[in-house]
Design a protein around this ligand. Structure first.
Ligand SMILES: NC(=O)c1ccc[n+]([C@@H]2O[C@H](COP(=O)([O-])OP(=O)(O)OC[C@H]3O[C@@H](n4cnc5c(N)ncnc54)[C@H](OP(=O)(O)O)[C@@H]3O)[C@@H](O)[C@H]2O)c1
Length: 294
């Protein structure tokens, strides 16, 4: 049975990866840090010796590296920590995966692009606007230069089965609208919310292909465009609230620079006929219902 190691398996994407791969014909090990509890193994990935020891014990065939510092403002304010986790850990895993003859899938982001000339193809040139994006571009370059068997997976903003509404940039909007009758939301940046389970199913499909077909960069993205303001308006109608309390901010407003529109073209997945997506408004409504129906 193919042995898969998933880092960040306590996170939003990692939990879905762990669940979906465990339901298939894979022997799965997941790692987490502050939230790890059995069966997830607790490890600080910035400790190289411990990582090497774990890898030698598991001898994975595939590593999916989802652990990261992914909040742009946090990255900007804590550069040393961000570099250690997003770059040094990635480099170590890429080298170790090669030593063990394992394939590495490195989860990256649409924030490697500047958002000025969408859509972006797998071969488009990155030009990150913030430190988070910079560390991810460097991680990508490192992964691809270490082994031709490694793969970069770029994804946009994620949503799914959150532990709390504040866990995802998408569902945190729901919390804001729910708690404040009057709230303002960004209406400038165009986002493509993608369900973590669809990304996990895509990765299962890629893992089942020979490594010769999955080298290089893949884009995995849903194509339904929303601004945060539009999601706030959707939330207000789902909660039967007065929509006039929800107002748009039509200029860029957050502290770390955000790109305007990083639409990702998934030409390589299309060529392989791999498509996993779902209607955003329905999936989002189900999540809101789960968290706010008392
Ligand atoms: N979320 C998004 O909207 C989004 C958008 C584009 C790309 N991405 C990328 O997708 C991937 C997954 O994102 P996510 O939203 O699932 O992230 P997340 O929910 O913030 O989870 C981060 C994971 O990294 C783990 N981690 C943090 N520091 C660690 C350390 N020192 N040692 C070991 N593990 C550590 C966390 O463990 P504990 O929680 O147990 O401490 C957690 O499992 C990331 O690579 C991210 O850059 C995310």
């Amino acid at each position: 049975m193919t042995k898969v190691l998933i880092t960040g398996a306590t996170g939003l994407l990692g939990r879905a990866l762990f669940r979906v791969f465990s339901q298939q014909d894979f022997c799965v090990t997941g790692t987490g840090f502050s939230r790890a509890k059995a069966p997830i193994k607790q490890i600080d990935l910035t400790n190289k010796d411990n990582v090497t020891e774990l890898l030698n014990t598991i001898e994975p065939d595939i590593i999916i590296h989802a652990a990261a510092e992914r909040k742009p403002d946090m990255c900007e304010n804590n550069k040393a920590h961000t570099k250690a986790l997003n770059l040094a850990v990635t480099e170590h895993l890429a080298i170790e995966a090669k030593r063990l003859n394992a394939r590495l899938f490195f989860i990256s982001t649409d924030y490697v692009f500047d958002g000025t000339t969408p859509p972006y193809f797998e071969a488009s040139t990155p030009n990150p606007l913030n430190f988070y994006g910079e560390t991810k571009v460097l991680g990508e370059q490192c992964v691809l230069s270490v082994s031709a068997n490694h793969t970069v997976i770029r994804v946009p903003v994620l949503y799914g089965d959150v532990e709390t509404l504040s866990e995802s940039a998408i569902t945190t909007i729901t919390e804001q609208v729910h708690t404040n009758p009057i709230s303002k939301h960004d209406n400038w940046a165009v986002r493509y919310p993608t369900h973590v389970e669809d990304i996990a199913k895509t990765l299962v499909d890629l893992a089942n292909l020979p490594s010769s077909e999955t080298t290089g960069i893949f884009h995995v993205s849903d194509h339904q465009a929303y601004t945060k303001f539009q999601i706030a308006t959707l939330t207000a109608s789902l909660l039967n609230l007065d929509k006039s309390g929800v107002t748009p901010i039509n200029e860029p407003s957050q502290s770390a620079n955000r790109p305007h529109n990083c639409a990702l073209k998934d030409t390589r997945l299309s060529a392989l006929n791999i498509h996993h997506s779902r209607p955003f408004s329905e999936a989002f409504a189900n999540i809101v219902k789960t968290h706010l129906d008392h």
